[in-house]
Ligand binder design. Structure first.
Ligand code: PLP
Length: 358
């Protein structure tokens, strides 16, 4: 396995890939329901929740849509500080909801004061926040933002996208008071793409029952009726669930605290290296991502050439996202990546920088 320092899809361990080759069985069989029940229970540990965790056999954007369709009848406030936060706002608009935005420049975060002001001006049924903005490497202060919602507008539901951080960063859903916490399989969980998971609080489930036009495929009320019987309304992507079962054991065997510390250490090494070379991370301290370091390309490295150089040595990084494509580059350190892999990568990047014309 040659490490890919990209923010998903990431490398998957051979035994996890192999688990997908398990022969099929009826999805409405005791054997499959037992697997589905235990993956749900193991997910609860990683979400730090006593509530249910839905296992969707679609990518994370589907869960963004589920959040909007189930918890918002009319009005939602979108906190936008990058491309994926903007996508959630687009999803809300596409579903016919009335949306307002708090928007800051890419690389910045939403501050508690901004959210307090917006919530004091108007009441919203829900607020959407991206925990770790993959396009900019900025981590929103979710704990403080949750506190503000509880203080100013306690009945507003808190919807959090942690697609590129959950499983690599500790997010205590219940302790923070998050009502809907979603993630995808192809990032810190180090699984193939195609699954997404969402923890949902009891009060959010209650609210969903009263929301009209939830649709069918993403109707969490319908999903819950089946989930309590360890099942789904539709046929799930069973091969991915087999892989999930194996990977969750691997994650829990590593130990969650050790896993979180590993991700924080990889981020620190990467960001210290960049600063040492005079290249600042895009996000200010203390809001720098633990899973995807996004660095200003102030040395004007040709990222395409850099990747050519790295690929010859079995590695790759990611260029900047969207409008930041050339002015930043991203080194993702998540999932199976180890600190020793990061050290190897940074050594190779030193070599690349040394051979650049002065
Ligand atoms: C923060 C964030 N939210 C949402 C998404 C969309 O997830 P998916 O590609 O699984 O639909 C991504 C994808 O990279 C992401 O990084």
């Amino acid at each position: 396995m040659s490490p890919m320092f990209v923010p998903g899809p990431v490398d998957v361990a051979p035994e996890v890939l192999a688990a997908q080759a398990k022969p099929m069985m009826p999805h409405r069989s005791t054997e499959f329901e037992e697997i589905f029940r235990r993956t749900g229970e193991k997910l609860q540990k990683i979400f730090f929740t006593q509530y249910r965790v839905f296992q969707g056999t679609h990518s994370g954007s589907g869960m963004q849509e589920a959040g909007i369709r189930n918890f918002v009848q009319e009005s939602v406030l979108s906190c936008v500080n990058g491309a994926f936060a903007q996508r959630w706002n687009d999803v809300a608009i596409a579903n016919g909801k009335k949306t307002d935005k708090i928007e800051v420049d890419w690389g910045q975060v939403i501050t508690p004061d901004m959210l307090r002001d917006a919530l004091k001006k108007k009441h919203y049924e829900a607020v959407t926040i991206v925990h770790n903005e993959t396009s900019t490497g900025a981590e929103n202060p979710v704990k403080e933002l949750c506190e503000v919602v509880r203080e100013v507008s306690p009945d507003t539901l808190i919807l959090v996208d942690a697609v590129s951080s959950l499983g690599g960063v500790k997010i205590e859903m219940d302790a923070l008071g998050i009502d809907f916490l979603l993630t995808s399989s192809q990032k810190c969980f180090a699984l193939p793409p195609g699954l997404s998971f969402a923890g949902v609080s009891d009060r959010a489930m209650k609210k969903a029952e009263s929301v009209e036009n939830r649709g069918w495929y993403f109707d969490l009320v319908l999903m819950e009726k089946h989930r309590v019987k360890d099942s789904t309304p539709m046929t799930p992507a069973m091969s991915l669930i087999f892989a999930l079962d194996v990977q969750l054991d691997r994650i829990l065997e590593e130990g969650l605290e050790i896993r979180f510390a590993r991700h924080a250490e990889m981020a620190k090494r990467t960001q210290d290296w960049a600063i040492k070379h005079g290249m600042q991370p895009l996000a200010p301290e203390p809001y720098r991502s633990k899973t995807v370091s996004t660095i200003q390309n102030s040395k004007n490295m040709d990222i395409k050439n850099l990747n050519k150089f790295l690929l010859q040595r079995g590695m790759r990084i990611a260029n900047g996202y969207g409008k930041m494509k050339d002015v930043t580059f991203r080194i993702a350190h998540m999932g199976e990546i180890q600190t020793s892999d990061v050290d190897k990568l940074l050594g190779l990047m030193d070599e690349f920088l040394a051979q650049m014309p002065k």
